[in-house]
Design a protein around this ligand. Structure first.
Ligand code: FAD
Length: 344
């Protein structure tokens, strides 16, 4: 058990509900580790609508997805959760001593007294460019995200995609990526992106900093084990080679329920069945909150998830502190909570 992280609570999913779960656990003096497959916290709010306003967070007239997530992160700062990002929870098994063994796709291992599954609609994963054998170039010449813009310096780069993320990276790499050349390739000449981002792409194309091409990658050429060109089929059905050293595919992310369905928990239509007292799944010690759970009357709203996380925290506290009577305390008046929140 050398590198194994022991924790009272492990939260699977750093969406809005997983983040507020950390707060509710913290109030009951339970520290949490949080795992998410995305490289940043925020779940659907950051991935699907960072700049759209939300109007139904109680007491907040208007929050963009990004603002909500930023303030949830600030709110949980006093509880100093440890984030393990860019890795998906694959294995979840109960040990004979009752604790849960968890392993992620990056090999991080945990032993947790309680698990709170806040996995939303599943782990967000990049949509793949599906061409036979192309995956052998994964991480050497084929990329689904940018870790470091310098990785493309001096290269003939082709970016595939037409949404905000694809256009954002095209602009950024065209201005500071020091690529030999940069081509943005999209299946049509209409983008799903903010007007100002589209205007920037046009300006950079006009300035000769990048090129835009309409077409789809339908095959590829390799030479001596290297990817040397994409075969691009245009709107007229004609195919031509587009030479490249690196292919950056940004076709968006789609959630995959994936491993959640394989942990032996009772489910109903892709959701985890929970009680409405503690939001416990069919396995005591594993709770489920937010979009991933279902019960009579369930509504997939952020505010429902917040309520669920408060009750799940009480459920977890009963297991983490079996000998302690857990009292409800108000954040306005409790000296102990003030101390925990650092506002004493
Ligand atoms: P999510 O936000 O889905 O986050 C779950 C996280 O878990 C993800 O980051 C995922 O990567 C991670 N995860 C899943 N499985 C694993 C795994 N195995 N390992 C590691 N990580 C994993 N709700 C409102 O209340 N008001 C609104 O106005 C509103 N507007 C919306 C607009 C749009 C366009 C959309 C799509 C949704 C909207 N919603 C709104 C719904 C709201 O976004 C969801 O209810 C909310 O995001 C659910 O939060 P969550 O934390 O449960 O799950």
């Amino acid at each position: 058990d050398g590198d194994m992280i022991s924790t009272d609570a492990l939260v699977i999913g750093a969406g809005p509900v997983g983040l507020f779960q950390v707060f509710q656990l913290g109030l009951l003096e339970i520290n949490a580790h949080v795992v998410d497959s995305l490289p940043h916290p925020g779940g659907q709010c950051m991935e699907l609508y960072p700049d759209k306003p939300i109007y139904d967070i109680p007491g907040v007239l208007r929050y963009t997805g990004r603002e909500l997530v930023a303030n949830l992160l600030k709110q949980i700062e006093p509880f100093a959760p440890t984030f393990h990002l860019g890795q998906e929870v694959r294995v979840l098994e109960q040990r004979p001593d009752g604790r849960f063994f968890v392993e992620t796709s990056k090999g991080s291992q945990f032993l947790a007294k309680t698990i709170i599954v806040a996995a939303g609609v599943g782990a967000f994963q990049p949509k793949l460019l599906k061409l036979d054998g192309l995956d052998k170039f994964n991480d050497s010449q084929l990329f689904y995200r940018v870790d470091n813009p310098d990785d493309f310096a001096g290269k003939k780069l082709v970016i595939v995609g037409g949404d905000d993320a694809a256009l954002y990276w095209a602009c950024r790499l065209a201005t500071e990526g020091n690529t030999e050349s940069l081509t943005l390739l999209h299946r049509r000449d209409v983008f799903q992106a903010a007007p100002e981002t589209i205007a920037r792409v046009k300006a950079l194309c006009d300035a000769g900093k990048m090129r835009f091409e309409v077409g789809q990658v339908t095959a590829y050429d390799e030479k001596d084990g290297q990817l040397v060109a994409a075969q691009v089929t245009d709107v007229d059905g004609l195919t031509h080679p587009l030479p490249l050293d690196a292919l950056l595919v940004l076709l968006g992310l789609s959630p995959k329920l994936g491993p959640v369905a394989h942990w032996g928990l009772d489910m109903e239509r892709k959701q985890l069945l929970v009680d409405t007292e503690k939001f416990s799944t069919s396995v005591p010690g594993i709770f489920a909150v937010g979009d991933i759970n279902t019960y009579p009357g369930k509504k997939k709203l952020i505010l429902s998830g917040f309520h669920e996380s408060a009750l799940a925290a009480f459920g977890a506290a009963a297991l983490v502190f079996p000998d302690k009577k857990i009292m409800l305390q108000y954040t306005t008046t409790s000296p102990r909570l003030h101390q925990l929140l650092g506002v004493a």
